[in-house]
Write a protein that binds this ligand. Structure first.
Ligand SMILES: Cc1cn([C@H]2C[C@H](O)[C@@H](COP(=O)(O)OP(=O)(O)O[C@H]3O[C@@H](C)C(=O)[C@@H](O)[C@H]3O)O2)c(=O)[nH]c1=O
Length: 181
């Protein structure tokens, strides 16, 4: 079994095939899914698109690859985490549906080797304060990407180092807990 950073979960989903196609439940509130979604996003990506690497202070992501392939890269930057520094990649396929949960503090990138569709929910509404990122190929992330020249957004192209991302993550986290106190 693949080892994941603490709080990350990959769950197999049951697909019901018949002559018409198939049906898969991708989320049930009664599941212990680790998230109460408030927003759902649908994302289409061309082949060799990479989104990230991003980390969030506030929200968790619950991801289901609907078509194609998602290579989900995970790197735990939470200093207090027992799995701090753990980095790994998990491949989710539309042909064998699975759901992945990524909690705050686990930096992540989505690589799509082929044209793909991703559906994901978040535990808190989109908020740019919670969109912290770094260069996808910074070796400090410990990620073993096997890709070349991925297509990136302008934001991801000009993103800083993993060390800067961690600093910003910790600063935003401290601000959030000070404002809650
Ligand atoms: C994430 C998001 C973006 N947007 C808009 C902003 C922009 O115009 C357009 C594309 O946004 P982005 O370039 O930020 O999308 P993207 O680079 O795909 O951002 C996502 O990356 C992955 C790795 C994650 O972890 C997500 O939480 C999110 O950060 O969609 C929304 O309206 N709502 C949203 O929830």
């Amino acid at each position: 079994m693949i080892k994941l950073p603490l709080g990350c979960v990959v769950r197999d989903l049951k697909t019901h095939d018949d002559d018409r196609g198939n049906l898969t439940e991708i989320f049930r509130q009664e599941w212990d899914a680790g998230i109460e979604p408030v927003q759902w996003n649908f994302v289409r990506s061309q082949a060799n698109v990479l989104r990230g690497v991003h980390v969030h202070v506030i929200h968790s992501d619950y991801l289901v690859c609907l078509e194609g392939t998602l290579v989900l890269a995970l790197s735990d930057i939470r200093p207090e985490s027992p799995t701090h520094g753990m980095a790994t990649t998990v491949t989710l396929k539309g042909s064998k549906m699975q759901a992945a949960l990524v909690p705050p503090g686990v930096a992540h990138g989505f690589h799509f080797p082929e044209v793909s569709s991703l559906c994901y929910s978040v535990s808190h509404y989109w908020n740019t304060v919670d969109e912290i990122g770094c260069r996808w190929d910074d070796p400090a992330l410990g990620l073993d990407w096997d890709i070349r020249d991925p297509a990136l957004s302008p934001r991801d192209t000009t993103a800083g180092s993993a060390a800067e991302m961690t600093q910003q993550y910790l600063a935003v986290r401290a601000q959030m807990s000070a404002s809650r106190a």
